[in-house]
Ligand binder design. Structure first.
Ligand code: ATP
Length: 891
């Protein structure tokens, strides 16, 4: 940035290519790596200032902004005022500890999410040392040669030098959403930035065409860099679940606050001294506040995101984690997601009939053979690269195009050679919407257009067909029959044609061509996809195929994968255009295969599904898929094959482009939500038990059975360990065998609310019974309180086992499937035993050792919660089975 040559102030638009190269000290074949490194050392990385991560202090303060914490702060003040310094100290300590744990957890979660985002950092295609490379955009330097194609976000400010039908959406900079046509000619000085149509600016989006340009400015020196502050968009990372949790916490705080006041009033009315009742009210508040919830919740969510990433699904927007569990329909692309996108040409069809390729039976072809002409056109109207090295044929480019080069090469048509013979003059690049590509070439003083594309498109351009013995009038129907026969075998069919440029008219919509032949290529289904689709179905999720490919090919692959039957209906883009909204809403129920669709059709299908109440996940990779990705509840983009635009519009990115990963993400989404639910249930039951203990003791006019410090110990230390461990639950075997969770269903289901009351009552009754018994036997309040606290701790160690499944018996889940939890249970009990014997904890918690007999009584009483919840589960399972609901066995 020290040199003016590297600044955007420079009038790059007024120069011709040679002058630009001079000024940038670069050349057509790009910089060398060493030069690039040296430049980066001067100008810095090509990055706009990053959104700084939240500071440590912000995260720390965040820990104190919960209504639950406010309650505890009030409790500290009240206990201080009462002169209960030990209790006040303990509450303060717990607050600090809570903040510290929350702080580290939140920070770790933040970091791991950031690290995952890094995976998605933007890339750029450059030419360096004469070769094409894919590098991280931040490594670009002025002087680099960058290649653009549709769907790419421009990685730096470029002066364009060659291009093909390039259009760029510059709305980011200008607010104008109509794409700008670009060109490479020099412009006059004094033209405003927005009108410099031979430049491409950082952050804008290529909507069509291809181009090559020199980087003239990077990072903050770019046009975007100077306005970066204004365009920076801060993603809100708060999920619906988080919002619900906040509301939940507020409700709890409110209930707790009111109960504490009621308790206080009740006690006073019964004639208890005010100071005792203050203490009781504080104890109640402390007991009922689920202090551990925010932490366990953060852990569960972060774990979910991490587990998904391990299974190749990177979450861009956190709400997706939750929504995945409610997804009812997945609309998937075919090529590359359901199939391998590794194409091989299997068959050739020409006027001579069909020929099998790749079995070695085809001998070298003579020059007039239409099969040879078909292969030749496949090579010439082709953007991929193939060159011979010592290791054989090296290829690069789109798999469809590469397949054509490989087939030709195997049959003696060497791409490198014929491309030299037929010099390229102009290219019509492939765009999905156009469904064909072309190339104008010069050969023996003749200018020829070569075309390849979807058969329907290409046949319409032709009036003749090439045969061994010259040309004939084309029989379009015969060609279509042949194409359909190939497609029915699941082959992707492309047609080739050629003709003298003088006769074709408009290159964008050519006519008067000679039809050459068809090439059918096989793109095998990806391993595991069929199983994943069966899995989705078992999970109550419908899978749809939404593809740009031919209807018959689409149906053949869909049948192979189990998406639809061989004779199932297929809707094509053209047919979709004829349906009104209501008809489409009706059809989406029965049609699972959509073929020859354009991106706007995909959007229409998504909308129709949503109107029918479905929760839709949809995949997309092209520029124009962005609206569908945004409209769907879960937009899924491809990490490898997709465009920048699609990735940015998506909620989730698949790092392996594989459908199987969507299935995996759904599973992890459900597991994560389940875990949040389990943790919440566990903590709620603890709160319910503690509230009941204190409330009933007050009603019975017994001395306070549990002190605030003891309740905090229970909530934070012994339970704190277990609730976080519960967030590590591996997921129940049936998560993928039950229907999607209704979206409106809360974090805690009705069953769990009812069970909270049940478990709370059982635990409170057991605790009070033992407390009263000890008090009557010994008259020693400290001892009775010790027993009460220990009883609750042991109750919780049993109850956490109950919380591992909503429906399944605790005995049917291996304790070893969540070793964290097993460890946490053991540790919680060990800590409790330790607390009874250590002088320090004895003093702070006001507890004392108890003898073996008391332990036996405690364990026996505490196990009742296991029995009670087991009976409840069995009863509900039976009830559900009798109702015949599918939830009987699956949920
Ligand atoms: P999906 O939408 O499932 O990824 P797709 O890859 O077939 O399927 P597009 O890439 O939009 O979808 O292709 C649409 C059609 O255009 C193809 O079915 C084919 O007929 C034609 N086509 C695809 N690639 C090329 C290409 N490189 N050159 C010419 N025509 C092509």
């Amino acid at each position: 940035m020290t040199s003016p040559r590297f600044s955007e102030q420079f009038a790059w638009h007024t120069l011709v290519a040679a002058q630009i190269e001079d000024h940038l000290e670069t050349r057509h074949e790009g910089l060398s790596r060493a030069e690039a490194d040296a430049r980066r050392a001067i100008v810095g990385s090509n990055e706009l200032e990053e959104v700084p991560p939240p500071s440590g202090l912000t995260i720390l303060l965040h820990q104190f902004t919960s209504p639950l914490i406010y309650l505890l702060l009030v409790a500290t003040v009240v206990t201080l005022a009462l002169g209960e310094y030990v209790d006040a100290g303990v509450i303060a300590f717990v607050l600090a500890l809570n903040a510290l744990i929350g702080f580290t957890q939140e920070r770790r979660a933040e970091e791991s999410v950031r690290a995952l985002m890094e995976l998605l950092s933007p890339h750029a295609r450059v030419v360096r040392e004469g070769h094409e490379w894919q590098i991280e955009s931040r490594e670009l330097v002025p002087g680099d040669v960058v290649l653009l194609e549709s769907g790419v976000r421009v990685p730096a400010d470029l002066r364009l030098v060659t291009m093909n039908a390039l259009e760029i959406d510059e709305s980011l900079l200008t607010g104008e959403s109509v794409p700008v046509h670009k060109h490479a000619r020099r412009l006059d000085a004094g033209i405003a930035l927005a009108d410099r149509t031979n430049m491409a600016f950082t952050g804008t989006i290529v909507t069509a065409g291809r181009a090559r340009g020199f980087v003239v400015a990077t990072g903050l020196a770019t046009a975007l860099g100077s306005v970066a502050e204004q365009v920076r968009t801060q993603d809100t990372t708060e999920t619906p679940l988080q919002r619900r949790m906040v509301r939940f916490a507020q409700t709890i705080a409110l209930i707790v606050g009111i109960s504490a006041i009621v308790l206080f009033a009740l006690g006073i009315a019964l004639g208890e001294p005010a100071s005792d009742m203050f203490l009781a009210a504080v104890a109640m508040a402390v007991a009922a506040v689920p202090e551990g919830l925010p932490i366990a919740f953060t852990v569960a969510l972060a774990l979910g995101v991490r587990r998904m990433a391990r299974r190749h699904a990177v979450i861009r927007h956190l709400p997706a984690v939750e929504t995945l569990g409610s997804t009812t329909v997945i609309g998937s692309d075919k090529t590359g997601t359901l199939t391998e996108n590794r194409m091989t040409v299997q068959a050739l069809w020409t006027a001579m009939g069909e020929t099998t390729v790749g079995d070695g039976t085809l001998t070298p072809l003579h020059e007039d053979d239409p099969r040879l002409r078909t292969l030749l056109a496949g090579v010439l109207a082709n953007e991929a690269e193939a060159y011979r090295t010592t290791e054989g044929l090296t290829t690069e480019g789109d798999p469809t195009e590469v397949a054509l080069l490989v087939a030709a090469s195997e049959l003696g048509v060497e791409p490198e050679e014929v491309r030299d013979e037929y010099r390229e003059l102009e290219e019509i690049p492939f765009e999905s919407e156009r469904r064909f590509s072309g190339s104008v070439r010069e050969h023996s003083d003749e200018r020829l257009l070569f075309v390849k594309g979807a058969p329907e498109r290409v046949v319409d351009m032709c009036d003749r067909i090439c045969t061994e013995h010259g040309e004939h009038l084309i029989d379009g129907q015969a060609v279509h029959r042949a194409a359909r026969a190939m497609a029915a075998r699941g082959l992707r069919v492309l047609a080739m044609a050629d003709g003298p440029v003088a006769q074709v008219g408009d290159l964008e919509a050519p006519g008067g061509l000679r039809f050459l032949g068809l090439q059918g290529m096989l793109d095998p289904p990806r391993a595991g996809v069929a199983e994943a689709i069966t899995g989705c179905r078992a999970a109550g999720i419908r899978v749809m195929m939404i593809t740009g490919d031919h209807a018959i090919t689409a149906r053949a692959i869909a049948a192979e994968l189990g998406i639809a039957d061989q004779d199932a209906p297929v809707l094509t883009g053209v047919e979709l255009d004829d349906l009104d909204d209501d008809e489409l809403r009706r059809r989406v129920h029965e049609v699972s295969v959509y073929a020859r669709v354009a991106p706007e059709h995909k959007l229409a299908v998504v909308r129709a599904l949503q109107a029918e109440g479905e929760v839709v996940a949809v995949t997309g990779d092209g520029v124009n898929d962005a609206p569908a990705l945004k409209a769907a509840e879960i937009g899924i983009a491809m990490g490898r094959g997709g465009t920048d635009v699609a990735r940015e519009a998506a909620d989730m990115v698949l790092t392996d482009d594989n459908f199987v990963s969507i299935h995996a993400a759904v599973e992890e989404g459900r597991v994560t939500f389940d875990n949040v639910r389990k943790v919440t249930f566990f903590l709620l039951s603890t709160g319910a038990a503690a509230i009941l203990v204190i409330l009933l003791a007050t009603v019975f006019r017994w001395p306070l059975p549990l002190l605030p410090a003891q309740l905090l110990w229970l909530n934070l230390v012994t339970n704190g360990l277990q609730d976080v461990a519960l967030a590590f639950e591996p997921g129940e075997p049936h998560v993928l065998r039950r229907p999607p969770r209704p979206r409106a269903e809360g974090v805690v289901s009705r069953v769990l609310w009812e069970r909270t009351v049940l478990a709370g009552a059982v635990m409170a009754a057991g605790t009070l019974a033992l407390y009263r018994w000890e008090l009557d036997q010994t008259g020693d309040l400290t001892r009775a309180r010790t027993v009460a606290l220990t009883t609750l701790v042991v109750f919780m160690a049993f109850h956490v086992g109950n919380s591992r499944s909503e429906w399944q018996s605790a005995f049917r889940i291996s304790p070893f499937s969540n070793r964290f939890l097993l460890g946490a249970q053991a540790l919680a009990l060990a800590l409790q035993v330790g607390a009874l014997y250590l002088p320090a904890t004895q003093y702070v918690l006001r507890v004392e050792p108890i003898e073996l007999g008391a332990w036996v009584r405690i364990v026996m009483v505490a196990s009742t919660v296991l029995v009670a919840v087991e009976i409840d589960k069995a009863f509900r399972r039976r009830l559900a089975a009798r109702r015949g609901g599918r939830s009987a066995t699956t949920t």
